[in-house]
Design a protein around this ligand. Structure first.
Ligand code: ATP
Ligand code: MG
Length: 426
């Protein structure tokens, strides 16, 4: 038989790993719902044109990383490499940009054809938040604070917030002129990729990962020096507000972010604990995107967090599974159907109940309950089933029986009283 394997850069997440994923997702979702941010789900598969127009042709993502193919109807389709373009499309398509203010989140798989390594996959997951219709500096600050708080709630340490302003289109054009001159003079010192970008998309050169080019860029003109008075004031206001919230930040004038649609605020959160794939969260303002894609003039800001990197960073305490409340040991012709019924009844009390389906001996089943460290067990033999009652036993820390009671199957009152007097199960 051929060895069937998953595709390079994709992973199977198995139950043991998913404990952490689920705990992380739970904390994230709680935090988002406390901030009254609503979920949006868009298709994973989109028209290729959406990303070409939305992200920009000269970007790494569009030029080298997309999974693009023709479907059976000869339409060019792409597995989404990020979420913002789809959210913008949905907003325009549903006429939602006439509803001026919306705070949205999405979570799910993204696809980029990249070289797989720790924290970098071809199918990976992002949590994204988009504030649509929001123009104020306060909305920039709320979004940055939200990302920061989510990462802190997950126990991430050694976080650095880097910020920059990309100004508006005019500021960028002014900068580009002088940057292009500098690039022509220094062309021979740049890596090949960057040399190729001089004509196509010079700003992207600032986002290079090539360390030698990075070094040379230190002496290049800075976009920051070309910001208009208005853009600069906006940026100063952002810094003031972050300072007043005591969110520490570093200014990085070379931070441009990989996608074409950003304006004004750009930010990244990196972790000193992540090695070379250090960026956990990237975000920024994209005031022109929705209009450029055919919608109304709608300012917006958002961020995306890479969940794989988050999982690498989140603390061990999130790797702990909820402990089984009750393990149902059962054997016998009468006992087995009775046990299924009882498991359903107990689950109605919001208890984590595992029903043993092995049919093995009582002692083997008890061993399994013990190994699972279940807080209590219920033992049902044919005798209990015939009497329509069950024995429930709570264990103390040393695994000896702490409290044992016989409860009639039909008496919810007695069961509730027992549960209430054994609060460990609540
Ligand atoms: P990088 O510089 O690491 O390639 P990026 O600028 O391409 O990141 P964004 O498009 O801003 O990344 O996506 C936001 C976040 O999604 C990143 O900060 C990262 O945490 C995560 N991410 C991006 N690409 C991948 C990938 N291939 N595998 C895992 N996570 C990724
Ligand atoms: Mg990338």
């Amino acid at each position: 038989m051929n060895n069937l394997k998953n595709l390079r850069g994709t992973v199977d997440l198995l139950p043991d790993q998913l404990i952490k994923w689920q705990n992380v997702e739970k904390i994230i979702l709680e935090q988002l719902s406390r901030a009254s941010i609503k979920e949006i789900r868009t298709p994973i598969l989109e028209m290729t044109e959406l990303f070409i127009r939305g992200i920009g042709e000269g970007t790494d993502v569009v030029s080298k990383e997309m999974y693009t193919f023709l479907d059976r109807g000869e339409r060019s389709c792409t597995l989404r490499p990020e979420g913002t373009a789809s959210v913008a499309r949905a907003i325009i398509q549903k006429g939602m940009s006439s509803n001026p203010l919306q705070k949205l989140w999405y979570m799910g798989p993204m696809f980029r054809y990249e070289r797989p390594q720790a924290g970098r996959q071809r199918q990976f997951h992002q949590l994204g938040v988009e504030f649509i219709g929001y123009e104020s500096v306060r909305s920039d600050v709320e979004i940055i604070a939200l990302a920061w708080d989510i990462l802190e709630k997950l126990g991430l340490k050694k976080l650095n917030l880097e910020i920059n302003s990309l100004g508006d289109l005019n500021d960028r054009l002014n900068f580009q002129k002088s940057f292009l001159k500098w690039l022509q003079i220094n062309k021979d010192f740049l890596d090949l990729d960057s040399q190729n970008r001089i004509d196509k998309n010079p700003l992207r050169i600032l986002d290079t990962k090539n360390s030698q080019t990075k070094k040379i860029l230190e002496s290049s003109p800075k976009l920051h020096d070309f910001l208009s008075k208005k853009s600069l004031e906006r940026y100063l206001e952002l810094k003031n507000q972050l300072e007043s919230l005591k969110i520490p930040f570093i200014e990085n004038f070379n931070l441009v972010r990989g996608l074409d649609y950003y304006t004004h605020t750009a930010f990244e959160i990196t972790s000193g604990a992540l090695g070379s794939q250090a960026t956990v969260c990237g975000g920024g303002r994209y005031d022109n995107l929705i209009k450029q894609m055919g919608g109304k003039d709608t300012p917006a800001i958002g961020f995306a967090i890479g969940l794989e990197r988050l999982i690498l960073l989140a603390g061990k305490e999130l790797d702990v599974e909820r402990r089984t409340d009750i393990y149902i040991v059962n054997q016998g012709l009468l006992a087995e159907p009775f046990a299924i019924n009882l498991s359903r009844k107990l689950r109605n009390f919001d208890l984590l109940v595992e029903l043993d389906l092995s049919g093995a001996s009582f002692s083997k089943q008890l061993k399994k309950a013990n190994k699972l460290n279940s807080k209590s067990i219920v033992v049902i033999g044919d005798q209990e089933a015939a009497n329509k009652e069950f024995v429930i036993r709570l264990f103390d820390k040393k695994n000896s029986v702490n409290n044992e009671e016989v409860i009639p199957f039909d008496s919810d009152i007695k069961l509730e009283r027992w549960l209430n007097s054994n609060l460990i199960l609540k």
